[in-house]
Design a protein around this ligand. Structure first.
Ligand code: CMP
Length: 139
């Protein structure tokens, strides 16, 4: 059975362009309930920890530089079958390949600066949410 929680970040490119309001509105319009929300900034070391699963990929250094380059929004979202529903909703990893009207198509710049992160499994959704939020910060 799939879980009802996923985790997202609004990435530095989307925040610096002022898209966070539109993106949070789109998230709500998609039927996702915000269970936790934080405006914060990752250090390079924290970005490396968060994306550790990608540490052997050629894009790891550039990705973690980018993700620590400016403030982000981190959020836990709730919806039935949340992980799959959110991944479908935000569009393909590469904004050029993302469906019309999806968050990544609308607000993404390129595959790295693709506007938002979305968890890829129920297990990672829990791990990623716990990376940013204590139990008291989840509603
Ligand atoms: P995200 O959902 O944050 O999860 C991992 C990130 O790695 C992904 O979004 C992309 O931003 C990034 N990524 C994945 N594949 C590539 C790639 N081929 N080149 C650069 N960045 C990538």
């Amino acid at each position: 059975m799939s879980g009802n929680i996923t985790f997202t970040m609004i990435k530095p490119n989307a925040v610096s362009k002022g898209f966070m309001g539109q993106i949070i509105t789109k998230i709500a319009e998609g039927g996702f309930t915000i269970k936790a929300l934080k405006f914060t900034r990752l250090s390079k070391e924290q970005a490396e920890m968060f994306y550790a699963v990608h540490k052997d990929r050629p894009f790891f250094d550039a990705l973690t530089d980018f993700m620590s380059s400016g403030p982000i929004y981190a959020a836990i979202l709730e919806k039935e079958n949340a992980v799959e529903a959110y991944r479908n909703y935000i569009g393909a990893t590469n904004p050029e390949e993302a469906a019309e009207g999806s968050i990544r198509k609308l607000y993404g710049t390129n595959i790295q600066a693709n506007a938002v992160h979305g968890s890829d499994s129920d297990e990672n959704a829990i791990i990623e949410g716990n990376f940013f939020f204590s139990e008291l910060e989840k509603f």
